[in-house]
Design a protein. Structure first.
Length: 301
């Protein structure tokens, strides 16, 4: 994720801001369910995981299998470029451990169109076929709305989202400030039951928000190559999310990103975050990741 990347983070202060009172009121009215926290990375195929996240000498064909032992979710950006074959779905699904979630990104050829309502020739049917096939292993699919989609295309965007299968709840990522700050859009998402993605990137503090529109928090976190501020930001996210869960939030997804060529460092951030949620909610299905470069320590942190 290059979005919001900064070359130098020294001396910068970051804050998450305040959760709107309307979001707190929404959470307090929700029916309480079992708490779930899903934490992961945007890639499992990085060879730099071998010997640290994966056992030494792990072959590429076993990367996903080993990833699923360490984390309980993956942000599947591979679908951005098109949907995979049924054989590939089967291979992925057989790697999943109990409770694991695949969160599929909407393909570009669905989202980047002159008219979102005209989906002829897109992969939209294949996307929902995959979600149906993965069943309990399907996480929250998310769509990145093109930045040129502003208020002039508000009706088109909302009609498109409303056309999605009602049983599938989506995470919608908005970077256009007209739509992002549009209270009518927030109301629409609350009525439809979808989440408004929170994007936390060092260089784009204008898009970070604390608006909650259903019982699920979905955060895409862009780190700064393990800069100390990465960890203080995560500390704040953990504190905030634990508080929100105590107020009524039922589910949280966190996907960690690091800028290329250091994408593999996203595992460090995920591994740093997991123990904090395990301590607050011992019953959540999270395992403390093992660091194979220092096995005697048992974890990356």
């Amino acid at each position: 994720m290059k979005f919001g990347q900064l070359d130098n983070l020294d001396g910068l202060a970051f804050s998450l801001g305040q959760t709107p009172e309307s979001s707190i009121e929404l959470l307090q009215k929700l029916p309480q369910k079992e708490k779930h926290v899903y934490i992961g990375c945007p890639v499992w195929s990085d060879k730099n995981y071998v010997g640290k996240v994966y056992p030494p000498k792990t072959s590429a064909k076993n990367y996903l299998k080993e990833y699923c032992k360490q984390f309980n979710s993956i942000e599947v950006n591979a679908t951005r470029y098109g949907m995979k074959t049924r054989d590939t779905w089967e291979q992925w699904k057989t790697c999943a451990t109990n409770g694991f979630k695949f969160s599929f990104k909407f393909p570009d050829n669905i989202m980047i169109r002159k008219n979102l309502l005209d989906q002829s020739g897109s992969h939209i049917n294949q996307l929902f076929e995959a979600i149906d096939y993965f069943a309990e292993y399907a996480g929250m699919p998310f769509m990145l709305v093109p930045n040129y989609m502003g208020n002039k295309r508000f009706d088109e965007l909302t009609k498109f989202i409303s056309s999605m299968p009602q049983e599938v709840k989506l995470a919608i990522e908005i970077r256009n400030l007209e739509i992002l700050n549009n209270s009518e859009f927030h109301s629409f998402l609350r009525e439809e039951g979808h989440s408004l993605v929170i994007t936390d990137a060092p260089g784009r503090r204008d898009v970070i928000h604390q608006t909650i529109t259903n019982d699920t928090l979905f955060v895409r976190f862009a780190g700064g190559t393990l800069h100390p501020s990465d960890f203080t930001r995560i500390d704040e996210w953990c504190e905030l999310t634990i508080d929100l869960m105590n107020k009524g939030l039922n589910t949280a997804y966190f996907y960690m990103h690091q800028p290329a060529p250091n994408k593999y460092m996203s595992a460090n951030l995920a591994s740093y975050m997991i123990p904090k949620f395990k301590k607050a909610f011992p019953n959540v299905k999270l395992s403390i990741p093992k660091d194979y470069s220092q096995e005697e320590q048992g974890s990356l942190f």
